[in-house]
Design a protein around this ligand. Structure first.
Ligand code: NDP
Length: 246
């Protein structure tokens, strides 16, 4: 029970990596608020969290809207009195080559991935600063380190999350708040299920461990980064990619 008595917020927690992180933290004793725009998934995750015997809250929140995010933080404080952990996981792709990319595809991806991370970090860190303790982990991507043709919007958002992480880690270190990022490689979720089979096979050739990652591979690192076992680690981006980018 690494997280007994702790309270966590996980954005985009209705499915995929976010859901796996929420359940992993709950299994270690944390009360968890999952937020998402996906109503049905949210309800299912909240039920699964409750069945683990921890405090659970499922809130419909669009992370691009700061007032909705502030409202969520207030509801978590009302119910659990504190926020120890924030996982910035909500993220989307709208892939296209630069010359074909519509302004809307650029704006939507930057808004959800990067502005959403800013909104949630700003709102939750206010409570953490008062508590003089906290752990913030943002789910970036190896694409934020390497770039990728057809994903300039996504790469810019994830690269932005990485430099945002380092800046905020420097700002909040004196308040005993650790801020880190995880850069997953190719993880099996609904997000990657929509990729064409030939592209999946090409990507597999680039992974030394010769398999796709699972959501639990990311969740296990998230657990380490929000536990006291990583108390001397801040401002880092750690890859979970089967050796894809070295
Ligand atoms: P999924 O698409 O499976 O899940 C993302 C969740 O975020 C969905 O439930 C989605 O809702 C929700 N969401 C989307 N927009 C918003 C919003 N504005 N506010 C709140 N919630 C929102 O993605 P993954 O689990 O695969 O990915 C999770 C994170 O990990 C993302 O940030 C992604 O970029 C990152 N990542 C994933 C990799 C992978 O290989 N899967 C690799 C590297 C990074 P809805 O269902 O309505 O879309």
């Amino acid at each position: 029970m690494l997280l007994k008595g702790k309270t966590a917020i996980v954005t985009g927690g209705a499915r995929g990596i976010g859901k796996e992180i929420a359940l992993t933290l709950a299994k270690e004793g944390a009360s968890v608020c999952v937020c998402d725009v996906n109503d049905q998934g949210l309800e299912d995750t909240a039920k699964e969290l409750s069945s683990l015997g921890v405090g659970a809250l499922g809130l419909k929140v669009d992370v691009t809207d700061f007032s909705q995010v502030q409202n969520m933080v207030q509801k978590v404080l009302d119910k659990f009195s504190k926020i120890d952990i924030l996982i910035n996981n909500a993220g989307i792709t709208r892939d296209n080559l630069l010359l074909r990319m519509k302004e809307d595809e650029w704006d939507t991806v930057l808004n959800v991935n990067l502005k959403g991370t800013f909104n949630c970090t700003k709102a939750a860190s206010k409570a953490m600063i008062k508590q003089r303790a906290g752990k913030i982990v943002s789910i970036a991507s190896i694409i934020g380190l390497t770039g990728n043709a057809g994903q300039s919007n996504y790469a810019a958002s994830k690269g932005g999350m990485i430099s945002f992480t380092k800046s905020v880690a420097k700002e909040l270190a004196c308040r005993n708040i650790n801020v880190n990022a995880i850069a997953p490689g190719f993880i099996q979720t609904d997000m990657t299920a929509k990729l064409p089979q030939d592209l999946r096979e090409e990507m597999l050739k680039l992974i030394p461990l010769n398999r796709l990652g699972e959501a639990s591979d990311v969740a296990n690192l998230a657990l380490f980064l929000v536990s006291e076992n990583s108390r001397y680690i801040t401002g880092h981006v750690i890859q979970v990619d089967g050796g894809m980018v070295m």
